[in-house]
Design a protein around this ligand. Structure first.
Ligand SMILES: [Mn+2]
Length: 503
């Protein structure tokens, strides 16, 4: 059956700026509480600086601007060069727009009046950025210098720090660099209904694009052609101008290269009969992203070896999702995935011995060196994985976890178990007697060059358990049917024709 005539069943989701007004309201409540708890006066301004447009090296080529994520969370502003402030005592929000030169109207389009931004972004007042000092001083009702809460803190995924807002005449203000970052980061961890709505949409359009990629995959194509199918689908039908990250379109051996797709490995291999494909791609819609991985045989039919590895990973993915609920430790979920994969590899004859022993010896990290999953939201690796007091584990595999948090209702996290045959890990493991005693070396050697499998979904933790926002064919027979032209999502059972492609 052909895909739907329009190419998609989706239309771009409605973007509502109330979402950001709610985010600001949440921050104000949390900040007031935090200040009251430490017996500090509940006043001052949150001041954030939005992102600036960047040119390519020395040229005048402006890179497509994407707003800084904390600023996007609070204000939803898509243009560069803004500042935003929130008065903690009144809860009022102020945007500061750049004063654009008259020339702007010639080259870039009409200059919007401040009233436009006030209405569009649903803030209380708008001024120009060259008025910040004066406005904040005038709006301060307390004696002495106004207090500014600036954003400064560590991103535990990148190791970089967020840059506090810079204004001239900072000496006219008192500043606090400690309070805002942990409180605002914590606000971003638990998603609101409206945020979940956008993430569901990003997942819907990305899931559909993954299905389109599976359908179009043919032996002899280039990996980048399938990348282009994905990009076209999410932009053409989904209005997604940005992706959450650089597409990983890996086939054959490349599917064991975890961050394949970068400039030195630009998705340019030819698809060979018998290759496994691992495609990790996600679209972003109004700042909120999806992060989805599908693995499938490029020729449309799983071989026995591919079935073994794929089903090991799928069982881990499904086990975790059927277990996840508030109160669970993410480390335990990671270990559950590892154990599931090791048990399957043992059943398949690749490894041998006691699985408990393997767990103690951290054998799972040889096949899955990355963490089970990460928080996701406005950033693909959303911040807040390691709040103060939560230590990063040191053991192989576990140290790669981007969070070790206890699951809470409202948190959205990726579940992305994988099983890879990576020479850089297999060779040293073969030489380590504690690990190699578990290897069936002949079988393991046979799998060198296989690549790897990852299955990644975005999962919302609910009061009862969790909800998978991703909807891609996952069972091997579903993938084979979709690649042979069957519809996705499958029609309800009653309407299935006898030769509908599903069995
Ligand atoms: Mn991911």
């Amino acid at each position: 059956m052909a895909s739907s005539p329009g190419g998609s069943t989706l239309t771009p989701a409605e973007v509502r700026m109330e979402l950001h007004a709610q985010n600001r309201g949440k921050l104000v409540r949390c900040l007031r509480q935090r200040l009251a708890e430490s017996s500090r006066p509940v006043h001052g301004f949150v001041l954030l600086q939005g992102g600036e447009e960047q040119n390519r090296y020395c040229t005048d080529h402006a890179e497509l601007f994407r707003q800084e994520s904390y600023f996007a969370y609070l204000f939803g502003v898509r243009e560069p060069g803004f500042y935003g402030a929130i008065d903690i005592s009144s809860g009022k929000s102020i945007l500061f727009a750049p004063r654009l030169p008259e020339e702007y109207a010639v080259w870039m389009g009409k200059i919007k009046p401040l009233a436009y931004y006030k209405e569009y972004y649903m803030v209380d007042i708008v001024f120009y950025t060259d008025e910040i000092v004066e406005v904040l001083q005038n709006h301060c009702e307390n004696p002495g210098k106004p207090l500014l809460f600036l954003l400064y803190g560590l991103n535990t995924d990148s190791g970089n720090h967020s840059k506090p807002a810079m204004i001239k005449e900072m000496e006219k203000f008192d500043t606090d660099l400690d309070v805002l970052h942990p409180v605002l980061t914590e606000c971003r961890v638990l998603k609101s209904e409206m945020e979940i709505g956008l993430m569901q949409y990003a997942n819907d359009i990305s899931s559909e694009a993954h299905v389109e990629v599976m359908r179009k995959a043919r032996v002899g194509m280039k990996e980048y052609q399938l990348e282009s199918v994905f990009l076209h689908h999410v932009y053409m039908y989904g209005g997604c101008r940005h992706c959450s990250y650089t597409c990983v379109c890996a086939t054959g051996e490349n599917s064991a290269v975890l961050h394949y797709g970068h400039a030195a490995a630009p998705n340019d291999k030819t698809l060979i009969d018998g290759d496994m494909a691992l495609f990790d791609m996600g679209a972003e819609y109004h700042f909120y992203g999806a992060d989805i991985t599908c693995s499938f045989p490029v020729n449309g039919i799983f071989s026995a070896d591919q079935l073994l590895v794929y089903n090991a990973v799928l069982k881990a993915h499904d086990n975790v999702i059927s277990c996840m609920k508030p109160g669970d430790s993410w480390i335990d979920m990671h270990k559950l995935a590892e154990r599931t994969i090791l048990e399957s590899l043992k059943e398949g004859g690749l490894i041998q011995g006691d699985v408990d022993d393997m767990m103690v010896g951290r054998l799972g990290a040889v096949f899955m060196p990355h963490g089970l999953g990460h928080l996701i939201g406005i950033d693909t690796h959303d911040p807040g994985g390691y709040p103060k007091g939560l230590e990063r584990p040191k053991e192989p595999g576990l140290k790669s976890l981007r969070t070790t948090r206890t699951l809470q209702e409202g948190l959205v996290i990726t579940v992305e178990p994988g099983c890879y045959f990576i020479d850089a890990l297999l060779v040293p493991a073969m030489e380590d007697p504690d690990k190699s005693k578990h290897f069936n070396c002949r079988e393991i050697s046979r799998f060198r060059g296989f690549g790897g499998v990852r299955i990644e979904s975005n999962v919302l933790v609910t009061a009862e358990g969790c909800r998978n926002l991703t909807n891609c064919p996952r069972k091997t027979w579903e993938i084979e049917a979709v690649m042979a032209g069957a519809p996705w999502p499958p029609p309800p059972p009653a309407t299935l024709s006898q030769n509908g492609g599903y069995r």
